[in-house]
Design a binder for this molecule. Structure first.
Ligand code: ME8
Length: 500
């Protein structure tokens, strides 16, 4: 089984999870489920980023110990992911001992390779980004992300020789393996590199909330340097876990476009400096916007994903997020669009197909044994939609994959309307019509299973197929004609009651 390692950013614990974070998680979860279905040995890592000035300040303001603060906020993220049915393999917290071991090992490797040195530094710092900005990067003297004033900071720090990797990073971009995907996001990374790479300060003496540098304990590791290494910790770098090499060799970091610079410039350089290969790929998604502005706690426009799940159900939320926006592009969040997608695509289209087909089959079950022949529904049309949906899933284009499913269901519903099985009394004809429709439902369940984690199982159970097939390799079952006739078909309850 080929290894497939996918990670999300680890989230700062100074914020509660909002729908922007959930968007990343549902993408990662759906891609994990798809890859598992395609037979890969998937490892899905997420977690929380708990060190640094921003977290320490948040705890202090709340009059809490920083440890208690981190425990409480980290727990909120885990709770939200469980409500969204996100099933990761590992949740890393940067305050865990395994991470300290891993960061110190990594730092030592980079230091021993001569890419770390001590120097004085003064610059403009954004505490929200936990990053310095150069004069060229500032916008009217403000943080380009948060549009807020920057603080002037001066420290004697250890520096990482990022400037030594300019050429190697450009070579990595050109290595032709979609290392930054989608391609238009690579241009942003390229412009950082072409602008000239400055060495970065990677230690702090002004705070103690962090991992001490192994050769100079007066300094703690800068939070971004610490955080990025989580991707290695999570697969066993620190203690030399048995799957480390294989997972690292096929590693995919799903991130928002806000952190391109860290993942597509710093991180590959850090890996090279430590004597590791750079990651396989950064998958960059756009922002969820609210009336044109990035959804963020600091913007006061964060939508609570748990409330949304309680109102609309987990499937509606997952489906909307995966269907509405293409990976890489920004997209507005709106409840109207969510309701529209749900009513039209889930309730009217998929829900209707399942209920009309299973109703008739159950009614006539004693007399017919439907199996797919392809004489009613054109199997080449079906296979065309299925193959394109598979390719879109493989290319991280969930929205287009789900669009193919919708087209397939629409086509099938229109054939059923033509053939009107509810009026057919000839049992052979009825068996043929329903057999073909059941075959489409089977394929619909498989192709939506990364997103509709419950309903895809309900569809399979209703048509007499073991629903656990979606937890394993189903890559061999995406061809027309796999439906075994004679299974027990049950009248399905409405899958997606309409939202009014
Ligand atoms: O940056 N739309 O953590 P963070 C889409 N700790 N995605 C969004 C979003 C939005 N409006 N808002 C947030 C950090 N996100 C660091 C990461 S990784 C080694 C360290 C998602 O809590 C998106 O994935 O600020 C974005 O990249 C991430 O949350 C930032 O999370």
């Amino acid at each position: 089984m080929p290894d497939y390692f996918i990670s999300t950013p680890i989230y700062y614990v100074n914020d509660v999870p909002h729908l922007g974070h959930a968007y990343t998680m549902i993408n990662a979860d759906s891609f994990s489920r798809w890859h598992r279905g395609m037979g890969d040995d998937v490892y899905f890592l997420t977690g929380t980023d708990e060190h640094g000035q921003k977290v320490a300040e948040s705890a202090e303001k709340a009059n809490m110990s920083v440890e208690d603060w981190c425990d409480s906020y980290s727990g909120r993220f885990r709770n939200a992911w469980s409500k969204l049915e996100v099933t990761y393999d590992d949740f890393i917290r940067t305050t865990e001992n395994r991470h300290r071991v891993s960061v110190q090992k990594f730092l030592h490797a980079v230091y021993d390779n001569g890419y770390i040195y001590l120097a004085k530094y003064e610059g403009h710092y954004c505490v929200s980004c936990e990053a310095y900005y150069s004069d060229a990067e500032m916008e009217s003297g403000m943080c380009p992300v948060h549009k807020r004033p920057l603080s002037v900071m001066a420290e004697e720090n250890y520096f990482f020789r990022l400037s030594a990797f300019q050429e190697d990073i450009l070579k990595w971009y050109e290595s032709g393996n979609d290392v930054v995907f989608p391609d238009f996001r690579k241009n942003e990374a390229l412009s950082f590199v072409r602008g000239g790479l400055q060495d970065i300060s990677i230690s702090r003496t002004s705070i103690s909330w962090g991992i001490p540098l192994p050769w100079d304990e007066r300094h703690v590791c800068y939070v971004w340097f610490d955080a990025l290494i989580n991707y290695l910790t999570g697969i066993g770098y620190g203690e030399g876990g048995p799957k480390f090499e294989a997972r690292w060799a096929n590693s995919h970091h799903l991130i928002g476009k806000d952190i391109i610079r860290f993942h597509c410039v710093w991180w590959p350089a850090m890996c090279m400096a430590a004597g590791l290969k750079p990651p396989t790929q950064a998958l960059v998604h756009g922002w969820l916007l609210v009336q044109g502005e990035k959804m963020a706690k600091s913007g006061g426009n964060g939508v609570d994903p748990i409330n949304l799940v309680e109102t609309y159900g987990v499937e509606a939320v997952r489906y909307y997020l995966m269907r509405e926006h293409a990976l890489g592009s920004d997209g507005d969040f709106s409840l109207e669009a969510l309701e529209q997608r749900y009513n039209v695509e889930l309730a009217n289209n998929i829900g209707n197909l399942l209920s009309r087909v299973t109703n008739i089959v159950e009614r006539s079950l004693d007399s017919i044994s439907p199996s797919s022949t392809g004489r009613v529904i054109d199997s080449s049309i079906v296979q065309g939609h299925v193959d394109r949906a598979r390719d879109f899933w493989n290319g991280y284009a969930s929205s287009r994959a789900l669009e193919e499913v919708q087209n397939l269901v629409r086509y099938t519903n229109s054939v059923l309307e033509d053939r009107a099985p509810w009026k057919v009394s000839d049992l052979n004809e009825l068996g043929e019509i329903l057999g073909d429709a059941l075959e489409v439902l089977r394929l619909v369940a498989l192709l939506t299973s990364p997103v509709l984690v419950r309903s895809s199982r309900t569809i399979l159970s209703a048509i007499g197929i073991d629903p656990t097939i979606i937890d394993f390799d189903f890559s061999g079952q995406l061809s027309w004609g796999e439906y075994q006739g004679g299974a027990k078909v049950l009248k399905a309850k409405p899958l997606f009651p309409r939202i009014s």
